[in-house]
Design a protein around this ligand. Structure first.
Ligand code: SIN
Length: 530
């Protein structure tokens, strides 16, 4: 037990301010298992009375254990230490959560848009009021640097704020009728109960990006967060309760992912599945949803090209590539996976990128100045290792890093490899780690051909100082997102989603609202008769 109480030196340094010292106590407590976490809960309550440490699922407004009492451990990827035991739920709990969401849908879908908007605004305010605690939870269970976690809270809460505003703008249409005694209307109505399955890389933002618009449209939700990062999801759900969102509108079940996924997909009461995660799982969910013909939105894997042309501004290209590649230690679906560099700037760019990557500090996300945290788990490290090994065995050269970091655990050295080609595994698969493969190209046509030579089509980046070229290339890229002279372009106000096997549908922005709506055509006939 004493070992579990230990907080690493680096973490305690970062937690020096008085606010953080309180949090340190809180963090120390949640190193314990479920029983001990009861104490953590009382300490967490003292933190602005937030009650943010939750380890049970949320069903119909009640915090519930797994029905068979099973729990699952959540680990800190920076230390490998257990943080907490959370309820390990499965099909039975999911079915009850679906029933609660189904019952709640009757009233939630009937209240006015203005009322839903107010609930969402209150939830947004609470998320922002608890920004520090949420960011700490994100860093603790996911590993990203605390400043990045703070950014994720802003980003994630932004989806709730946007949805609260957009709730009031779900307009229908009046269509000019082809016959004089008819009136034609289009109504937009909520699709029903939504199953939202979310990943570990953005423990907050991937939930709010789905739940915000779902609730704004009048849908109710059953959320299944990743079993690797459920604590942030549960904290956000707790804040939804504090915001007054009625029982059953937001439900959370976690634990046995296949059982929960199967129950969500099989239920005729669930009318929509929204998923962010691997392409393989997305395909299964899509196939499973066919049985009950559900609406499906999928945000799946990417293979983002980052194209640097000879005419690019070198500083802008290096800064943008660094952000596009190393955000969250390379663990985002839109991280640059292949860096295509034109031959005239290749050496200059490689050297400048080397300098920039070398200066990034690797460490525990709670330590001051850290830019690169650990990878999520051992499997992630092995994947990165095997892709680098495959590339070097086929002629690529490691010019920086290329191995586990001396910090141990799941830390990996930020890596650059040169002389990569588009046939190597590292160019065909999503690395999801801090490795930047450089590919050389000659012409604009070559760059477009190589960039599009993949089944994926989510994020892409172009660095050029030519306006004409930026239009040409942006139009030619078969990708849902194109950043021109920018490495991080995600925002709640713009549509996020992929072409090809990167997914279906869009999240965020006004386009993201449509995913949770049915369109109903109403024809009023015999208008000339009284
Ligand atoms: C993702 O990795 O799936 C999301 C990344 C983002 O929202 O920018």
């Amino acid at each position: 037990m004493m070992a579990a109480l230990k907080i690493s030196g680096s973490m305690s340094t970062a937690l020096r301010s008085s606010n953080y010292l309180l949090s340190a106590k809180f963090l120390m407590q949640i190193h314990f298992t479920r029983k001990m976490s009861t104490d953590a809960h009382s300490i967490a309550s003292q933190l602005n009375n937030s009650g943010l440490l939750r380890t049970q699922g949320l069903i119909g407004g009640q915090w519930r254990d797994a029905y068979d009492g099973k729990t699952i451990k959540v680990y800190n990827p920076a230390t490998g230490e257990p943080i907490a035991d959370v309820a390990c739920m499965g099909g039975r709990e999911t079915n009850d959560a679906i029933s609660s969401a189904f019952d709640a849908f009757r009233s939630w879908s009937k209240i006015t848009a203005a009322e839903r908007s107010k609930f969402l605004r209150k939830w947004y305010d609470l998320l922002m009021a608890h920004k520090e605690e949420l960011a700490q939870l994100i860093t603790l269970e996911q590993g990203k640097p605390l400043t990045e976690s703070m950014g994720e809270v802003n980003y994630g809460a932004g989806f709730i704020e946007f949805a609260s505003e957009e709730a009031k703008r779900i307009y229908g249409d009046i269509i000019p009728a082809p016959l004089s005694d008819r009136r034609l209307f289009v109504l937009k109505q909520p699709v029903g109960v939504v199953g939202a399955i979310t990943p570990w890389n953005f423990p907050l933002a991937m939930i709010t990006r789905k739940v915000g618009p779902a609730l704004a449209c009048g849908c109710t939700v059953v959320i299944k967060p990743s079993e690797l990062t459920p604590l942030t999801a549960l904290a956000a759900a707790e804040l939804s309760i504090q915001a007054g969102i009625p029982a059953g509108v937001v439900n959370v079940v976690m634990g046995n992912a296949p059982d929960i996924g199967d129950a969500l997909v099989a239920s005729p009461q669930v009318r929509k599945i929204t998923f962010t995660g691997s392409t393989a799982v997305g395909k299964k969910l899509m196939a499973g949803s066919a049985e009950t013909v559900k609406k499906v939105s999928l945000e799946l894997g990417g293979n983002a090209p980052c194209i640097v042309f000879d005419d690019a501004d070198l500083d802008v290209a290096v800064k943008g590539t660094l952000a596009a590649k190393f955000r969250n230690s390379g663990q985002t679906c839109v991280c640059a996976n292949r860096i295509l560099v034109q031959e005239g700037i290749y050496d200059k760019f490689a050297n400048a990128l080397l300098d920039a990557v070398q200066s990034m500090k690797v460490g525990d996300g709670f330590s001051e100045g850290v830019a690169q945290g650990p990878l999520i788990n051992e499997a992630a490290v092995k994947k990165v290792d095997s892709l680098i090994h495959d590339a070097t065995s086929k002629g690529a050269k490691v010019i920086l890093g290329g191995k586990r970091h001396s910090l141990g655990s799941t830390f990996y050295e930020p890596t650059i490899i040169s002389d990569v080609d588009n046939e190597m595994r590292i160019s065909r698969e999503e690395a999801f780690g801090p490795v930047a493969p450089l590919l050389r190209f000659k012409t604009e046509e070559d760059a477009i051909r190589i960039a599009n030579d993949t089944n994926a089509g989510l994020g892409s980046y172009v660095f050029t100082n030519s306006i004409q070229r930026s239009w040409r290339v942006a139009e030619a890229l078969e990708y849902g997102l194109v950043g021109v002279n920018e490495g991080v372009i995600s925002t709640e106000v713009a549509p996020f989603g992929g072409f090809k096997q990167s997914g279906l549908g869009r999240e965020g922005s006004k386009y993201g609202m449509d995913e949770y709506l049915e369109i109903k055509y109403v024809c009023l006939g015999n208008m000339n008769k009284d």
